[in-house]
Write a protein that binds this ligand. Structure first.
Ligand SMILES: [Zn+2]
Length: 203
């Protein structure tokens, strides 16, 4: 490749471009065409949510569990509204505001499903509160340091609804409900194309 690059730099550029475009389009979710521009709250935007509220980053899961024992953080469990996936790099818990937000999100999404006479499909939560230790491990694997650090504060979660290939209509309604909550000022949302998830911080 290097030899081709030295001899034919233009051709190499073209090949690289094609690979990048291919990656981009194969990672896209056709049921969320609007996600790119609907949900682009970056790091500095999401940081604002922690000015008023947020736990101090904890270095271990044990320290996070202590906060659960003290009822500062609340555990989230699979229920009729959502599925909490097994989590290696985080503890399934949030500040009460986060739990309240999940309740509201599922209620609004459920109402939209009912209006359209569609069956409610629970969304999947794949990540919640992380420790500085678990963030370090994640950084070694995916290098997404900044995205991970928001998860240290107890108000950030990842929802991976978009990887499911079916239930396209429900996904659209879910996106609609989430976009309305963002519009209402209840959350910041970043659509992570590569991770195929919605990175959400409650306000
Ligand atoms: Zn995230």
């Amino acid at each position: 490749m290097l030899i081709i690059g030295l001899k034919y730099p233009k051709q190499l550029k073209r090949i690289i471009k094609r690979v990048i475009y291919w990656e981009y389009f194969t990672n896209r979710d056709s049921s969320c065409e609007q996600c790119d521009f609907l949900f682009q709250d970056g790091v500095s935007e999401q940081e604002k949510a922690f000015q008023s509220e947020g736990i101090k980053p904890k270095n271990s899961f044990a320290a996070i569990h202590k906060l659960i024992d003290k009822h500062v953080l609340r555990e989230i469990e699979t229920c009729e509204d959502y599925v909490v996936e097994p989590m290696d790099a985080s503890v399934p818990c949030l500040l009460p505001k986060g739990v309240k937000f999940l309740k509201r999100l599922s209620q609004d999404y459920r109402t939209l499903c009912e209006q359209e006479h569609l069956e409610y499909v629970p969304f999947r939560i794949t990540s919640a509160t992380r420790s500085t230790e678990s963030v370090k491990t994640l950084q070694q694997n995916n290098g997404n340091a900044i995205e991970n650090s928001a998860h240290l504060r107890g108000k950030t979660l990842d929802i991976s609804y978009l990887s499911a290939k079916n239930e396209v209509e429900q996904k659209k309604l879910f996106i609609k409900a989430l976009a309305a909550l963002k519009q209402e000022g209840l959350c910041y949302v970043k659509y992570e194309v590569n991770m195929k998830c919605l990175h959400i911080t409650c306000r």
